[in-house]
Write a protein that binds this ligand. Sequence first.
Ligand code: ADP
Ligand code: MG
Length: 290
Amino acid sequence: AAPLVVAVSTSISARQGLLIRDRANFEGARNLDAVVFDKTGTLTKGEFGVTDIFSESRYANEELLQLAAAIEQNSEHPIAAGIVASAKHQNVSIGRVSDFESITGKGIQGTVDGQKVNVVSPGYVNSNDLSYNHNRFNKLSEEGKTVVFVLVEDRLVGMIALADIVRDTAKEAVAALKAKGIQSIMLTGDNRKVADWVAKQVGIDEVYAEVLPDDKANHIIKIKGKGWKVAMTGDGVNDAPALATADLGIAIGAGTDVAIETADVVLVKSNPNDVVTLIDLSKKTYRKLV
Ligand code: ADP
Ligand code: MG
């Protein structure tokens, strides 16, 4: 009888928007202690819009956007899409770039009109001791905005703030997991203040922020070290090692190919609350087997 139950659950799961890629790990979903969530693109829609631009130099705001958009054309990060869309919306002409390079978990770099231009994280700026208006930065971060900095020839010339949209379904997921006694944890590369702001919106108490891509997997190992069974939910290239390390890797359907190919289950509807659907389905399916 066992294979029949599993076959039925496969068609049910497909109908509910769950793509099960690894059945053994899916089975483990009924015993989870914690679900770790990436922030950008997972708890949030990953649809950034530019909200504020501040110059810290002779460059006008429009020029800052122009420089940033030129390099971001080459990046797949949601921040990049937000900056390029904003430049197009404002009819800013976007220049050509050579020598494009991404600096994993920290930003990007390229040459625009013979000048080296970077768009980078607060972490990058702080570790290179570049000065900027901290009051302004803090205020934006406390509003939940992601701030990136524009550098020309390694000099900081301005900051660009972007806002993302928190998924309503993320809050529902965290509440439903809590009711089942399952802990929700956030793991993000973004700034601490932004991470805390989103965590508060969705009801998550445990937050790991400013985590570099390689360290995401290390955090999963640490959480597993408590003897916990852990799921990781993410959408990005940077989440793939953590998805592979977790007992159950869950990818957001709208995420990158790498995340989807690494995951055990794909949430086809990109709805974080389907983490709860999959736990319930795992329980129903395998209860009948034993
Ligand atoms: P997340 O977990 O938020 O997806 P990432 O590891 O992808 O984080 O990125 C961490 C940080 O590095 C971002 O919050 C941003 O500050 C910076 N960053 C990454 N890619 C870019 C980019 N294309 N443009 C500007 N900043 C970037
Ligand atoms: Mg992400």
